[in-house]
Design a protein around this ligand. Structure first.
Ligand code: SAM
Length: 429
C-alpha cells in the first residue's frame, strides 16, 4: 500500500494515494506537473476521485484542481487531438495555459460531470454554441473560413456566451454517435452471426443509434491507400473508409440481415429532432467535414428507420430488452464507447446478466471499448507497432454463448472512430 505523499508526490502539486492490492504501481514523471500513470495508463484520463480501476481503487487527489484540469486538456492535446484535429490540439494547449478560462470551465461543469470528461464536454458545448451563433468569429474559424487566432476568438466567445455554455455543460453529456465505428463493427457482426442469416441488434448506449444501421452503409476497406474491398450498396448516402493494418484480413460477408434494431440509453437522442441533431453535430470536432457529413447522412438513415430506443440505465434495462428478442431470432448485443460510463461493478453486473441469458439461449456480445473496460476479453497489451497512430486504442471483442458454452476473444484493435482496424484472427470462430 502506498501512502499519501508517496511516489514522488512532493515533486508535483498533487498528492497521490493508490490502494495497490493488485500490484498496480504508481509512477510520476519527474518533470511533468500533472502526470500519474497506473500500469502505463494515465490516471487522469479516468477522472480523478475514487475511480474504479479493475478491482483496485485509485484515488488521485489534486491539491490544485485547476492544474489538474490543465493536465486533462494537455493529455487530450497529445493523445486524441494530435495529428487528427489541429484546431482542438491548438485550443487544448492554449486553454491549458489560461487559468482564467480553466476557472470558468471548472465552475460551469460542476456538478454535472466526472472531472475526466470536462474538457470534451466543454469543447462540445462551445461547438454547439457556435452552431447557434454562426456569425461569431469563433464559428467562422471553426468552419475554416478564417485563419484568425482561435484562442483569442474562444476567449471572446466564452465571455459572451457564458450563460449558454454553463447551461449546456450542466444539462448535457458527451454523446458522440460515431458512425465510423460501423466499419469496425461490421466484420465483428459477420463473425458473431457464425453463419446465421439474420440477427437482432440490441445496443448499450446507442446515443441516436447510427451504428444500429451498419448494414445500410457503403464501406470501403483500404490498405496503404488502395481499395481492398467494398461492402454495402454504393447507393447508400453514407460512405465510410477504413484502413486495414497488419496481415490478417477480416471476413466481410455474408452480412446477416438485421431484423430488429433496439437499444437502451440514459438519454437516447432523436434523429428527427433538429436540436438534438445540433448537439450530435457539436460532439464532432470542427474541421472534420467527412465525419460531419457521414453523421448527418447516417442520422437521415436512422430517422427513416426509427430504431426502437428506450430511455433507461443499461444495468437495469438491458436484460429485459434482450429478452424481448423473439426466440427464433439471434440477439447480438453491441456496446461501443459506452461501458466507460459504467462503474466496474456495473459492468460486472451487466455481464453476469448476459451470462444468465446466455445459459438459456444463444447470444453474442460485441464490444468496441478501451480494453480496461472489457476485462473478460483477453487483450494483451499490443506491441508498440500496433499502437501506432492516433487516438485512444480501442479493442474489438466478442463474447458468444452457444449451447451454453461461453467463449471470449479479441478480434482486433482499432482507432476509436474506426479510421483504421488491425484485425487479429479470433482464437475461436
Ligand atoms: C460516448 S456515447 C457513445 C454512443 C455510441 N455508442 C457510439 O459509439 O457512437 C455514450 C453513450 O452511452 C450512454 N450511457 C452512458 N451511461 C449509460 C447507462 N448506464 N445506460 C445506458 N446508456 C448509457 C450515454 O447517454 C451516451 O449516449
Amino acid at each position: 500500500m502506498l501512502s499519501p505523499g508517496a511516489a514522488g508526490a512532493t515533486e508535483t502539486p498533487f498528492e497521490f494515494r493508490l490502494r495497490n492490492d493488485h500490484g498496480y504501481r504508481l509512477a510520476v514523471q519527474p518533470h511533468a506537473r500533472c502526470r500519474a500513470f497506473v500500469c502505463g495508463v494515465p490516471a487522469f484520463t479516468t477522472g480523478a476521485e475514487g475511480h474504479d480501476w479493475g478491482g483496485s481503487v485509485v484515488v488521485v487527489v489534486a491539491t490544485d484542481p485547476i492544474d489538474e484540469l490543465a493536465s486533462l486538456f494537455l493529455f487530450l492535446a497529445e493523445t486524441d487531438f494530435a495529428g487528427y484535429s489541429p484546431l482542438y490540439e491548438n485550443l487544448a494547449r492554449s486553454v491549458a495555459a489560461d487559468r482564467e478560462m480553466l476557472g470558468f470551465i471548472a465552475g460551469a461543469a460542476s456538478p454535472n460531470t466526472r472531472r475526466g470528461r470536462i474538457p470534451v464536454l466543454f469543447f462540445a458545448a462551445v461547438h454547439d454554441a457556435t452552431l447557434a451563433v454562426p456569425d461569431s468569429d469563433l464559428a467562422v474559424i471553426y468552419r475554416g473560413d478564417s485563419d484568425g487566432d482561435p484562442h483569442e476568438a474562444l476567449v471572446r466567445f466564452v465571455d459572451e456566451q457564458q450563460d449558454l455554455l454553463t447551461e449546456t455543460m450542466r444539462t448535457r453529456s458527451v454523446q458522440t454517435n460515431e458512425v465510423g465505428r460501423s466499419a469496425v463493427l461490421l466484420p465483428a457482426l459477420v463473425v458473431a452471426a457464425a453463419g446465421r442469416t439474420s440477427v437482432a441488434l440490441v445496443e448499450v448506449g446507442p446515443s441516436a443509434g447510427v451504428n444500429l444501421y451498419l448494414d445500410r452503409y457503403h464501406i470501403t476497406y483500404e490498405r496503404d491507400g488502395a481499395s481492398l474491398a467494398e461492402v454495402g450498396s454504393p447507393e447508400s448516402p453514407v460512405h465510410l473508409r477504413c484502413s486495414l493494418r497488419g496481415d490478417a484480413l477480416p471476413g466481410l460477408g455474408p452480412v446477416p440481415d438485421v431484423v430488429t434494431r433496439s437499444g437502451i440509453d440514459l438519454a437516447p437522442l432523436d434523429a428527427t429532432d433538429p436540436r438534438q441533431r445540433r448537439w450530435l453535430n457539436a460532439c464532432i470536432w470542427p474541421g472534420q467535414p467527412q465525419r460531419t457529413a457521414a453523421l448527418n447522412a447516417a442520422l437521415d438513415v436512422v430517422a427513416d428507420g426509427g430504431p426502437d430506443l428506450v430511455r433507461g440505465d443499461a444495468v437495469a434495462g438491458l436484460a429485459p430488452r434482450v429478452s424481448l428478442v423473439a426466440n427464433d431470432q439471434f440477439p447480438v448485443v453491441v456496446s461501443t464507447w459506452a461501458l466507460a460510463y459504467l462503474s466496474a461493478s456495473e459492468r460486472e453486473d451487466l455481464l453476469s446478466q448476459l451470462d444468465a441469458i446466455g445459459a438459456q439461449r444463444d447470444l453474442a456480445l460485441i464490444t468496441f471499448e478501451e480494453p480496461r473496460f472489457t476485462p473478460w476479453i483477453p487483450a494483451p497489451d499490443p506491441a508498440d507497432d500496433q499502437r501506432e497512430g492516433d487516438g485512444t486504442l480501442t479493442a474489438l471483442g466478442l463474447r458468444t454463448w452457444r449451447g451454453g458454452r461461453v467463449t471470449s476473444s479479441l478480434l482486433g484493435y482499432a482507432h476509436p472512430h474506426g479510421r483504421w482496424l488491425r484485425w487479429l484472427r479470433p482464437a475461436v470462430p
